[in-house]
Write a new protein. Structure first.
Length: 162
């Protein structure tokens, strides 16, 4: 059951297909992790600002009360966005793992010349693609929420003093 050079080349070509999606997953993960860090920093900054406002002697000040209310509305939204990004990144990692596993199943299918194992590889490939798609969808939801949060904050700032 020795493989010829042509067989080996074809096997490598089959295995490379998931590599393209692994690369796409990694690029997606980099973007997701950057957003995750940014939103996490926003949560920390707002939490710190809220702590300082509550601790200050200006707690009865109208501006301080308005700002505390705005922070109290924004923090749960930021935490929800953070959770969406986390799930999205974890799905991308899961898809990457599935694609790597698919590469091994493809190689096993070729070595054993078993069509059933090839079918399993195809199913794994499609599952990995589906998992990645769900992660992309969650990131889209987070971006939509981000836009709404920014619009809300701008509205709040422009309405101050009116």
């Amino acid at each position: 059951m020795l493989m010829t050079a042509v067989d080996i080349a074809q096997t490598i070509q089959l295995i490379i297909a998931p590599v393209v999606l692994i690369t796409a997953c990694m690029l997606f993960q980099n973007g997701a992790l950057a957003r995750y860090a940014s939103v996490g920093q926003g949560i920390r900054a707002l939490s710190h600002e809220r702590f300082e406002l509550v601790r200050s002697e200006k707690t009865g000040n109208t501006f301080t009360l308005e700002r505390l209310q705005a922070i109290d509305r924004q923090l749960p939204i930021l935490i929800h966005r953070h959770r969406l990004i986390q799930r999205s990144a974890l799905l991308a990692y899961s898809a990457t793992t599935i694609f790597i596993f698919t590469m091994f199943v493809i190689a096993l299918s070729v070595v054993l010349k078993a069509g059933a194992i090839g079918t399993i590889a195809l199913i794994l490939f499609l599952i990995g693609t589906g998992v990645l798609l769900v992660g992309i969808f969650l990131m889209g939801l987070e971006i939509r929420m981000s836009h709404r949060a920014i619009c809300y904050e701008v509205y709040q700032i422009t309405s101050l003093g009116k």
